[in-house]
Design a protein around this ligand. Structure first.
Ligand code: ZN
Length: 135
């Protein structure tokens, strides 16, 4: 079951350049920065009520985030839906003929488990499932 928006992710070239807008201009609660090795990104997390804004900065020349920025420029990268059971959600989507980028969960930020859907099903918005670790 999809419970809520877990986070909205924005691709940027430099966290240091963009953190001040979200932290000091919008006055969002800055939570942390974190490196997610698996995705070759460093992220900055801001809390907005029950959801989060994540800025994604590439950490390697072969980071998929760098490829995204070079193709489309900085901007919105994906929406993440929080689910209670990621294996079950993936199976349900596959049963409904949704094309998945990730056929099984992989590790995301702060110990979460994630899986990306192919954007062809969702009006070209890259969509992610996130199951938080404390479940
Ligand atoms: Zn995400």
């Amino acid at each position: 079951m999809i419970e809520k928006i877990n986070h909205i992710a924005i691709a940027v070239r430099s966290l240091e350049e963009h953190i001040p807008f979200y932290r000091d201009v919008l006055n969002l609660e800055f939570r942390c920065t974190e490196v997610v090795e698996d995705q070759k990104v460093r992220l900055a997390v801001f809390r907005v009520g029950e959801t989060q804004i994540e800025l994604l900065e590439p950490t390697a020349a072969d980071s998929p985030i760098l490829a995204f920025i070079e193709k489309r420029g900085e901007g919105m990268h994906h929406i993440s839906y929080q689910v209670d059971d990621i294996e079950k959600q993936i199976a349900e989507l596959k049963a409904k003929q949704v094309r998945m980028i990730d056929q099984s969960p992989r590790s995301g930020a702060h110990g979460s488990r994630i899986a990306f859907l192919h954007p062809q099903s969702s009006a070209k918005v890259l969509s992610e499932l996130t199951q938080e670790v404390d479940r």
